[in-house]
Write a protein that binds this ligand. Structure first.
Ligand code: ADP
Length: 244
């Protein structure tokens, strides 16, 4: 969100700067099982975002004093590669990445059956290889598939997507310019099976009605992404299920 260049139009004649309609997602593809040494993994491309998620565990939680005797401990690390944006990102945690990691971990604590695996940790690494707005949603969506690939029991997959406001119009899935020069961004994640929200943030301002419309659009986006997630899992496991 920020000051726009004079004359830059983000929404004109019913179309956005990249030609999308107001309710259209950027192209998304995902593949699971891409890393041999992780227990579960997923590679995801979403518009210009490229994201790799790796899951390890449940494994013995170390150091031992960090163990929870009643449930698994979830660790989530969102990290931007130094080469992922125009300006080199300083390596190591930033305020922003710590915040995203914390909220993403809390979202996953709602869906993973952590009580099945006391004293263990489930470690989730999300590496943003290329960032183009919407990386927290792309990361969570990929992490959820990597967890499924690792065979970790969950109440549901989770699916994340944002809606926002550009030139006064509420639209789905902001691209980079829209994120930089738009008026608001509302990333959410939810459990498609139970329709429970597990993540919600808001940057910028929306009226009550705009908020409702943004939430409606983001949920619609999530439903489309959920289909792509399920297809990716089917593609990876159909052969196994059929004994091939
Ligand atoms: P999200 O990626 O979830 O939309 P933000 O709204 O904070 O998160 O960031 C929007 C976009 O701005 C990112 O996807 C990335 O392209 C860019 N960006 C974020 N942080 C940095 C940074 N430290 N350096 C350069 N670009 C960044």
């Amino acid at each position: 969100m920020g000051m726009k260049k004079e004359g830059l139009k983000l929404f004109e004649n019913g179309k956005r700067i990249d030609g999308r309609a107001y309710d259209e997602l950027r192209p998304i593809k995902m593949e699971v099982g891409v890393l041999k040494r992780a227990d579960g993994s997923c590679y995801l491309e979403w518009g210009g975002n490229k994201v790799l998620a790796a899951v390890y565990g449940p494994r013995e939680c170390l150091p031992r004093h960090t163990q929870d005797p009643l449930k698994a401990r979830i660790n989530y690390r969102y990290n931007m590669a130094p080469f992922s944006t125009d300006e080199r990102v300083r390596p190591g945690p930033s305020r922003r990445s710590i915040e995203i990691s914390k909220l993403s971990k809390e979202a996953l604590e709602h869906v993973i059956f952590t009580e099945y695996f006391p004293k263990t940790s489930i470690d989730i690494f999300v590496e943003i290889l290329q960032a183009d707005a919407g990386t927290r949603c792309a990361g969570l969506t990929a992490a959820s598939l990597a967890l499924a690939d690792a065979g970790i029991p969950m109440k549901s997959l989770i699916t994340a997507c944002a809606a926002g406001k550009i030139d006064g119009k509420v639209v789905l899935d902001l691209g980079k310019l829209e994120d930089n020069f738009g008026e608001a961004d509302l990333p959410i994640a939810y459990m498609p099976r139970t329709k429970e929200l597990v993540y919600l943030q808001m940057d910028g301002d929306l009226t009550k009605d705009e908020f409702k419309e943004a939430l409606r659009l983001a949920l619609k986006g999530c439903d489309e992404i959920y289909r792509i997630q399920r297809d990716a899992l089917k593609k990876a496991y159909e052969g196994e299920v059929n004994g091939r």
